[in-house]
Design a protein around this ligand. Structure first.
Ligand SMILES: NC(=O)c1ccc[n+]([C@@H]2O[C@H](COP(=O)([O-])OP(=O)(O)OC[C@H]3O[C@@H](n4cnc5c(N)ncnc54)[C@H](OP(=O)(O)O)[C@@H]3O)[C@@H](O)[C@H]2O)c1
Length: 321
């Protein structure tokens, strides 16, 4: 079957190891089932996988992709929760030390078919297209948990999103706006900042710019390049929720400012099956939809990966099968 996959890591030149071609049919363990994939979305995680970050050579070849929407063995339209908990785990799947995402231990979703635990299936409402639904399990669920589960912030407060055009960043803008937060955004180009405003951001600033006032919360996925700005942008008692560090894991920690102004730094990762269910319902009821940059057939996955690597994104990149 057709799939996008990696056979050997390339930390410095990820595009050189992306393969789009034939892979074996999925093996289906007990308690798992096969989903016929209709759409899978691209996440920065997939670029990291090509670089061997979190995916050592011994687990390759590995089909990429952490998100899927498709059709299950009974013909139902489904969304696949991307966090695979260990057998017997109960409760918050993201707290399972042995959890993984598709494409880490188990073959990923950028394929015609993928094996998934039956408990990871959720019904896809007819109101959402397969492409829209495929954006929800990783970037959108991560944004949902950051903003609504972890931050402790209230509608009406001001939230800064670092990054304007990425998958998680655009999800935060749309979700925050829908929930009644004042969303401020930093973006690296005028075009990205204008797009963020069009998506519902209240104001958009150049990356690192001095803001007109301090904010109640910051949503971080950029890491080293923006960390110091995030810390300095907060009101005393404010909160940073961090779920990624695209530009590096070792920023100046700003420890003095963190304790002196009593900031909270909260880690967040993916979300639970129950949170994905709530997110799907939020989209259905409110009418908000993932901002899709481009839909490409899986056979043209290379174009999508190149766009993300070069930072030419304007929301989610989705591969259709
Ligand atoms: N923990 C989790 O469960 C989880 C889940 C999802 C994602 N993540 C992580 O979150 C991060 C974002 O993922 P994604 O899929 O949204 O990636 P993406 O679509 O590639 O977006 C990258 C974002 O980072 C910003 N950015 C990149 N380099 C920058 C720089 N030098 N200075 C300022 N901004 C920069 C971009 O800003 P512009 O808009 O200005 O270009 C863009 O908004 C990744 O590190 C990913 O691994 C973690």
């Amino acid at each position: 079957m057709l799939a996008a996959f990696v056979s050997t890591p390339a930390p410095k030149d990820p595009m050189s190891v992306l393969e789009v071609g034939d892979r074996p049919e999925p093996e289906v363990p007990d308690g798992w089932t096969t989903v016929q994939v209709k759409a899978a979305s691209l996440n920065h995680h997939d670029l990291f996988s090509l670089q061997g970050v979190g995916l050592p050579q011994e687990r390759m070849p590995m089909t990429l992709g952490t998100d899927a929407a498709g059709i299950d063995a009974d013909g139902n339209e489904v969304v696949v929760h991307g966090v695979v908990a260990s057998p017997g785990w109960t409760g918050d799947e993201t707290l399972d030390p042995k959890r993984s995402l598709f494409s880490e231990l188990h073959q990923g979703t950028m394929a015609e078919r993928v094996a998934v635990p039956k408990r990871n299936l959720l019904p896809k409402p007819a109101e959402l297209s397969f492409a829209e639904a495929a954006c929800l399990p990783t970037a959108w669920l991560t944004a949902y948990r950051m903003l609504f589960v972890k931050s402790g912030l209230r509608p009406g407060q001001t939230v800064l999103v670092q990054g304007a055009s990425g998958g998680v960043a655009t999800a935060l803008i749309v979700l925050g706006r829908a929930a009644g937060f004042r969303m401020w955004v930093t973006g690296r180009t005028e075009e990205k900042r204008a797009a963020a405003i069009a998506m519902g951001a209240d104001q958009a600033f150049e990356t690192g710019a001095r803001l007109p006032g301090r904010v109640d919360g910051v949503m971080e996925t950029v890491g080293e390049a923006t960390w110091s700005h995030s810390v300095k942008s907060l009101k005393p008692g404010g909160v940073i929720v961090i779920s990624g560090a695209t530009t590096g894991f070792n920023p100046g920690a700003e420890l003095n400012r963190i304790f002196f102004t009593q900031l909270s730094v909260i880690g967040s990762t993916m979300g639970t099956r129950a949170e994905l269910e709530s997110l799907i319902e939020l989209c259905r009821v409110s009418g908000i939809r993932p901002q899709i940059d481009v839909e490409l057939p899986l056979s043209q996955a290379r174009d999508g990966f190149e766009r993300m690597l070069e930072g030419r994104t304007a929301g989610k990149i989705v591969f259709t099968v």
